[in-house]
Design a protein around this ligand. Sequence first.
Ligand code: MRU
Length: 368
Amino acid sequence: MKVDGKKYRTIWLAKDGESVEIIDQTKFPYAFEITKLHTMEDAAHAIRVMQVRGAPLIGATAAYGVALAMRADSSDDALDTACSVLLETRPTAINLHWALDRARKSLIQVAPEYRAVAAFTLANEICDEDIAINMAIGMHGMELIAAVARTKREGEPVNILTHCNAGWLATVDWGTATAPIYMSHEGGIPVHVWVDETRPRNQGAFLTAWELGHHGVPHTVIVDNAGGHLMQHGEVDMVITGTDRTTATGDVCNKIGTYLKALAARDNNVPFYVALPSPTIDFSLSDGIREIPIEERSGEEVSHMTGRSRSGAIETISIVADGSEVANPAFDVTPARLVSGLITERGVLSANRQAIAEAFPERVKLSA
Ligand code: MRU
């Protein structure tokens, strides 16, 4: 997408052909900074500290991490070490496993002297595929938005609520939940987005609001608890979120708080859609609540907040009573029964085993 008129992806091979560049997401929304990854450790660090985040982008960064490792040492041992170090960086997003599994299976068949080139080619391919997938998600999701728009008065916007950042910053480009929104906006369908701030790391307020704003999409940031109220008053036409891992049965794991939005949506007859690329489906799992590992992050993300003071300084302040315990589960699972549809690159699917298996038969076979 464009930033101040210039087209960007979130990750790309640098002009030197040796390093990888990323947009450092820890600097948002106050600065737009590009940083270089020179080594596999740099890539692992970028994922761990969330300079890059969002399931598809984590996968793409891991693929480049393997390539950087292969440039330094292309032995079988180095390949295994790179995959296991990168796999440990974050536990919930399955795209990380998917990308590393794909990299290992393909590179182990390549002679060590050609591995670095093959690894960079594969990482580039994974990025290009992500973009193509998200564009297809956008086209399918846009049809859902267009159908709602047809029920509205001329010029009245379709109000879409989203949680966390499943925008282009969470992918290589376009985003998952935002692809239908950007395409609708560009196609002349009036849209307005309710952006959940998404405590504790504020991916909504910091990232989704930033990217929608830079693209000129009308939006309003709300506190995480406002969605139910807005739904009760007819202010939300549909919810579209992303997902970090979806089971073969359609349970959806996404940023903490997503489940509560799905409950409120069901109580108010608001359709709750989840946009996902197929690498986010974990065909080995059937029960999201019991089987998906939920990342437990530092309590400091809850007890402290970082922002810009009135004087313009970036400051971190404490917001919890001294001595109180804090807990910080980063994701939750929305059961398939609360999901109105999965917006995938192969169309909008019912959230159940049969529909998912019929749409992606080759992935079912591979996981069997
Ligand atoms: O902890 P994060 O910021 O990596 O979490 C990201 C999300 O929860 C996104 O909604 C999800 O990855 C879908 S991204 C297209």
